[in-house]
Structures are given as structure tokens and as C-alpha cells.
Design a binder for this molecule. Structure first.
Ligand SMILES: Cc1cc2nc3c(=O)[nH]c(=O)nc-3n(C[C@H](O)[C@H](O)[C@H](O)COP(=O)(O)OP(=O)(O)OC[C@H]3O[C@@H](n4cnc5c(N)ncnc54)[C@H](O)[C@@H]3O)c2cc1C
Length: 387
């Protein structure tokens, strides 16, 4: 997978990396549009990827076959990158993917209007043209274990992502009409539920939809709900807009499209017979900063109110997928952060097993997952060559 190939979303150098510290403007004027503007890295990446796509993919020369075999678990940006890099170095690589389509979050999570699927498909095609085999509909940890793979392959890379949604754990959360953002987005992006009954998976979008959370996933879910015909969509977030983890650009787009923001508000109960009908919330104020450095939300006693809703989408975070971690002996893991790696090259506690991407960091970014894949490929290649 080529760096910069898929991160269309507009991350700016200023707000998402530490690199801005090395950037020295000619003068330091926030109003200056000439030399003091942050660099829109995401847009530059998108431009390069689109340009390359338009000109046709160039398959680089591959090293002669080494006779070594590598299994990659997961076909998100981490898995696709490690697979492509190892194939270029002459190794025989097979990717195992649970879903019926490769691409990870790029196909099942990020909506078409932010990342056109033809870009992801072209990336997958490029990886295949390098000789990588992709086996879909295989759940590693169920169909086969990592130990099974180690019997057939010289090394295994785990790039299983962070697809396990977190929930609020409040009364009424099991009512019909309440989805995790993951399920909601998978139904729309992967299963094409918007085209039901032409496609098998249905989706019922409410008239008044509340999306709980303030990250990019929440913005994506809210904007999808609006596109599928919801009349009113609310982002409900327990801190203020300033603390929202979503990129400013995503917040602005959501607002432009008419999504309403209910900040300093926390749901405490969902009410309904079978389907959710109302949501009881409490107002919050900001207290002292917590361990994340953001000011802690504190409930305001007696400020409870209810609002009518007929659909709720919970987008308060995802944790690493637990299946491979649970079924692989000798893998040191942390329940919250995922697989523990010894260094930036992705070495795990288990011999010949490497890991990278969201499964080692928790939900992060496409570019970070691709970086992890690149570094792991370098380490795996060296080990396979006995270096
Ligand atoms: C809605 C949404 C919007 C986002 N927007 C952005 C954005 O704008 N910019 C950005 O940089 N990042 C964004 N992210 C985050 C980014 O997509 C992830 O950080 C990135 O995809 C992580 O890559 P990965 O390869 O580690 O995992 P994933 O992309 O999650 O891929 C993991 C793959 O492993 C497969 N898998 C899991 N378990 C198994 C198993 N047991 N056996 C076989 N296969 C398995 C999964 O099906 C999946 O295909 C977003 C995430 C979401 C959910």
C-alpha cells in the first residue's frame, strides 16, 4: 500500500501531529494566509493519491522470491501496508480477513462521501497485483488460530484493528432503535442497507436521531443519518465543543449540513416500550482537567430533562478486537490498549508474531496504522533473511 494513498480526510499538520513545532512561519500572525496557515496534509495526500490513480497504477519491481511465507490477519491499512511491503521484498504473503470485502475501516466505517470506495478498491487491487493473496470470510481465532498459521507460515502479522464498540451501560440501552456507530456504519457502508431490498441488509433510520459522542465516528454517523432521511439529527456530547475529539473540519461540515449540537449533555436513561422513544439526559459543567488533559464533565444536580428520539447511535469509542488476543497463548495484552508490542517494529511477546495499527494503540489514524505496517514489514523482512 502506498503511503498517503487513502487518507482523504483533511488532517491538518497543526492539530493532529507534533510536526508543527518544527514549522517556522516568516512571522507569527494568526490572520496571515500566506505563511502562517496550517498545511492540509489530508488534502495533499488525497491529491497525490487521486493523481496516481488517474495516471494508472505503477507496480514496482519485486525482489526475487525468498521462499518465505507470511500470514497477515486483517486487511485494514496496517494489514494492506505490511502485505504490500513484504510482497515487494519477495515474500509470499496471504491476508486473512473476517469480512467479505478487504479494506478494514476504510470500507466498512468511513462513508463514501468522505472516502470514495473506488480509491480503496484501487489500493486493494494494487496489493493483489503485487502477488498478495487475500482470503476473505475467515475469522482468525475461530476458523483458524494464530498457532495454526504459525505451523504453515514463517511469520504472522496481526492487524485486527479496534472494532469493538464501547457502550454507555445505562438503563434502556438494549431497546430497539439503539445502534453502536460500528453497526450503523457497517450496515450502510459495507452492506449497502440504503439500497434495501436490492441488498439483503435493512436499516431503519429514525426521524429524530441522537448520536452520542464527539469524535469523527460520531460526525460520520450523524451525517449518514441525515443523508438517509432523518429530519433532525443531534450530536450529544458531555463536554463542550472545544474538547470534542473530532477534527474541526468535520464539526464544521456537520453543522453546515444542519446537524444540531447538544453539548455539556449526558444521556442517563433510554425510555420506551420496545423501541426507544425518549432519552433522559443531565446537563454537565466542566470541572478540573482529567488524565487526558481535558476538563472533566461534572453533572449538574437537578438539571435532568427528557427529549423525544426514535433512534440513538452510540459513538463513544472502540476497543481492540479481543478474539485473536483471547485465543493466542503467549501474547501479552492490555485489555484497553490491545496487544503489547516491544518496540515500534511491532514485535510481540510471541515468537514470529508481529502486530500493528489500532490493535496495538486503540482507535487511532489511518496514517499511523500504515506507518506501523511499514515498520513491521522491515523487521519481518530482516528476520526472514536471518539479518
Ligand atoms: C467511522 C470512522 C471514521 C474514521 N475516520 C478517520 C479519518 O478521517 N482519518 C483517519 O486517519 N482515521 C480515521 N478513522 C480511524 C482509522 O480508520 C483507523 O485508525 C484505521 O483504519 C486502523 O487501521 P487498522 O489496519 O489497524 O485496522 P482496521 O481498519 O480496523 O482493520 C482491521 C481489519 O481486521 C479485520 N479483523 C478483525 N478481527 C479479525 C480476525 N479475528 N480475523 C480476521 N480478520 C479480522 C477487520 O474485519 C478489519 O477489516 C476512522 C475510524 C472510523 C471507525
Amino acid at each position: 500500500m502506498r503511503p498517503g494513498g487513502v487518507t482523504s480526510p483533511g488532517t491538518t499538520l497543526e492539530n493532529k501531529t507534533g510536526a508543527w513545532r518544527n514549522f517556522r512561519p516568516v512571522h507569527d500572525n494568526m490572520k496571515c494566509k500566506r505563511c502562517c496557515e496550517p498545511v492540509a496534509i489530508g488534502r495533499l495526500e488525497r491529491f497525490v493519491a487521486d493523481w496516481e490513480l488517474e495516471k494508472g497504477l505503477r507496480i514496482p519491481e519485486k525482489a526475487p522470491p525468498t521462499g518465505k511465507r507470511v500470514a497477515v490477519v486483517g486487511s485494514g491499512p496496517a494489514g494492506l501496508t505490511v502485505a504490500a511491503e513484504l510482497a515487494k521484498r519477495g515474500h509470499d504473503v496471504t491476508i486473512f480477513e473476517t469480512l467479505h470485502k478487504p479494506g478494514g475501516v476504510l470500507v466498512y466505517g468511513i462513508p463514501e462521501f468522505r472516502l470514495p470506495k473506488r480509491i480503496v478498491e484501487a489500493e486493494v487491487e494494487y496489493v493483489k497485483q503485487l502477488g498478495v493473496k487475500i482470503v476473505t470470510d475467515v475469522v482468525i481465532g475461530k476458523t483458524l488460530t494464530v498457532d495454526d498459521l504459525l505451523e504453515e507460515y514463517d511469520a504472522v502479522f496481526l492487524g485486527t484493528g479496534a472494532g469493538l464498540p464501547s457502550f454507555l451501560g445505562i438503563p434502556g440501552e438494549n431497546l430497539s432503535g439503539i445502534y453502536s456507530a460500528n453497526e450503523f456504519l457497517i450496515r450502510i457502508n459495507l452492506m449497502k442497507a440504503y439500497a434495501f431490498p436490492e441488498y439483503d441488509t435493512p436499516i431503519k433510520v429514525g426521524k429524530r436521531v441522537a448520536v452520542i459522542g464527539g469524535g469523527n465516528v460520531a460526525m460520520d454517523a450523524a451525517r449518514c443519518a441525515l443523508r438517509l432521511g432523518a429530519e433532525e439529527v443531534y450530536i450529544v456530547y458531555r463536554r463542550s465543543e472545544e474538547e470534542m475529539p473530532a477534527r474541526q473540519e468535520e464539526i464544521e461540515r456537520a453543522k453546515e449540513e444542519g446537524i444540531k449540537f447538544l453539548t455539556l449533555t449526558q444521556p442517563i436513561r433510554f425510555i420506551g416500550e420496545e423501541r426507544v422513544e425518549q432519552m433522559e439526559c443531565i446537563r454537565m459543567r466542566l470541572g478540573e482537567p482529567d488524565e487526558s488533559g481535558r476538563r472533566r464533565p461534572v453533572p449538574i444536580e437537578g438539571s435532568n430533562f427528557t427529549m423525544p428520539v426514535d433512534q440513538v447511535i452510540i459513538a463513544i469509542g472502540q476497543k481492540p478486537n479481543p478474539l485473536v488476543m483471547r485465543t493466542t497463548k503467549g501474547l501479552v495484552v492490555d485489555k484497553r490498549r490491545g496487544i503489547i508490542i516491544a518496540d515500534s517494529y511491532g514485535r510481540t511477546s510471541k515468537d514470529r508474531v508481529f502486530a500493528g495499527g489500532d490493535v496495538t494503540t486503540g482507535a487511532a489514524t489511518v496514517i499511523a496504522a500504515m506507518g506501523a505496517g511499514k515498520r513491521a514489514a522491515e523487521a519481518i523482512d530482516r528476520i526472514l533473511r536471518g539479518d
